[in-house]
Design a protein around this ligand. Structure first.
Ligand code: GEK
Length: 244
């Protein structure tokens, strides 16, 4: 399948509205995320590897903020434990509609998948062995993040994992600047213009709020996770695996 190119912010916009996961974004999403998030493809395939290792027989695996289900499909390929299923949740109706179409084309059918259009802050999480928050927590208001992580912790079985990927911030301004510049270089190298980069950045400003790695790790500890390891970082994009 050919990917439709993201040109949403290519022309000057009179009025910049806050970023939304609507039909226009859904239509170009695979291209947008690949060209915007360093290491996205690698993270997705390794979520599959992690799920293959940590999925427990007879448990649920969750993909929270699944978008089109890339992490779901990677997990589905790798889970071999019996009687597992995957519950993929996203609050964007357009994402879920397209995600279900892509799911129907998937040739791996051994692990059942349910795609649900809902707010991840409201779905029940229980008997879980693998929970994925792949670039989703950053869209939850910071004051509500602890409650979500605590609910995730209590829904996980012992030995289960949370895979948390985020755009991260740095407390020292010089370090923040270096990583931001490198990320913009990455986007330029992938064909985005300076105008596209700056318009998208403004659109995301109020809806996507990155925090430092230390802040994420403290919250995980506070919620009860016995360990949290950084397994991926490229510039200001990182992924942590936390074990219950
Ligand atoms: C991937 N994980 O390709 N409840 C449910 N979904 C939400 C909520 C919420 N409260 N807030 C935001 N979302 C995916 C990529 S994208 C990341 C995740 C990005 C959803 C939102 O609709 C969008 O689909 C997703 O979180 C974030 O592995 O675009 O930077």
């Amino acid at each position: 399948m050919t990917k439709k190119t993201d040109a949403i912010y290519a022309a000057p916009l009179q009025e910049l509205i806050d970023f939304q996961f609507d039909e226009r974004v859904v239509a170009v999403f695979p291209d947008m995320i690949q060209r915007s998030v360093p290491g996205y493809g690698m993270i997705i395939s390794n979520i599959g590897i992690l799920a293959g290792k940590y999925a427990q027989a007879g448990s649920h695996c969750y993909d929270l903020g699944c978008s089109l289900g890339a992490a779901t499909l990677a997990m589905r390929q790798r889970i071999t434990q019996p009687d597992c299923d995957i519950i993929a949740v996203d609050s964007s109706p357009a994402m879920i509609e397209r995600g279900r179409e892509l799911l129907a084309l998937d040739s791996v059918t051994t692990v059942p998948v349910t795609m649900i259009c809902a707010d991840i802050q409201k779905v029940s999480i229980e008997n879980a062995s693998v929970i994925v928050l792949n670039f989703t927590l950053q869209f939850i208001p910071p004051a509500e993040r602890l409650a979500l992580i605590q609910r995730i912790y209590s829904g996980l079985n012992k030995g289960g994992v949370l895979i948390l990927s985020e755009k991260i911030a740095f407390s020292e301004p010089w370090r923040q600047n270096i990583h931001e510049e490198l990320h913009h270089d990455f986007k330029r190298a992938n064909g985005y213009s300076d105008l596209e980069i700056s318009q998208k950045r403004s659109a995301l400003e109020k809806v996507m709020i990155p925090e430092t790695l230390a802040c994420h790790q403290e919250r995980l500890k506070l919620s009860g996770f016995s360990s949290s390891d950084l397994w991926f970082q490229c510039f200001n994009f990182a992924s942590i695996v936390a074990i219950k």
